[in-house]
Design a protein around this ligand. Structure first.
Ligand SMILES: CSCCC(=O)C(=O)COP(=O)(O)O
Ligand SMILES: [Zn+2]
Length: 211
């Protein structure tokens, strides 16, 4: 059984292994170095429940039980899961879910997102790129602006900034000096959005460095 350490909440069984595998994939890309990053998946809507990676662990070697069930505020649901503390950013995951209706949220610490966030604190514009189709946008003649928000250690402040900057047509936000958040209807779509946005950021950075 995957998620063997998940107790008391049958709907979470199985999600733990999926989250661990997804985290290992991002870690292998070098996007979750030094215990950075976190992932979540929605396991229920009424009431809202998310299974989120536990805090402070190496995201490349998570086990199915290294996940914590949290509520719509990102607070651990008592007795639901055996792992310790939820991600320090669980409240932001929960806020993204409440704001966008997403089914999964990915947070990675990539060099390109931090570098481009520094260069474009007002937002990062892209256009005329085939890869934009991966975000459900047109490849041509349309500007897509990836929001950049200032970092904070207070997840409710960060959530307010995310809400203010959110573009319903862009399933991602860069947090300046910190990393990238992306989301989707499920983990597979959240992964695709993460990979597409990261590709766009790496391209932009490479082009600017080559100038
Ligand atoms: C060196 S990682 C600093 C904390 C952070 O930004 C992060 O993404 C990981 O936090 P978590 O509590 O989810 O391990
Ligand atoms: Zn982080």
């Amino acid at each position: 059984m995957t998620g063997a350490m998940v107790t008391g909440a049958p709907e979470t069984t199985g999600y733990g292994g999926t989250l661990a595998a997804e985290a290992a994939r991002f870690a292998a890309l070098g996007w979750m170095r030094g215990t950075s990053g976190n992932l979540s998946v929605v396991t229920g809507r009424d009431p809202v429940r998310l299974l989120v990676t536990a805090s402070g662990l190496d995201k490349g070697e998570l086990r199915p039980g290294d996940m914590v069930l949290v509520d719509e505020e990102g607070t651990a649901v008592p007795g639901a899961t055996a792992a310790g503390k939820p991600s320090a950013e669980a409240a932001l995951h929960a806020r993204v879910v409440r704001l966008t209706g997403a089914g999964a949220v990915v947070h990675v610490h990539t060099v390109a997102s931090v570098a481009m966030g520094r260069r474009r604190p007002g937002g990062i514009a892209f256009r005329d790129l085939e890869m934009l189709k991966g975000l459900g946008r047109s490849a041509h003649d349309e500007e897509v602006v990836l929001p950049v928000i200032r970092n904070s250690q207070d997840m409710s402040v960060l959530g307010d900034r995310l809400e203010a900057a959110l573009d319903p047509g862009v399933p991602a936000v860069v947090v300046a000096g910190h990393g990238l958040y992306a989301w989707g209807a499920d983990l597979r779509e959240a992964r695709r959005h993460t990979e597409v946005v990261e590709w766009l950021l790496e391209l932009q950075l490479a082009e600017e460095r080559g100038r």
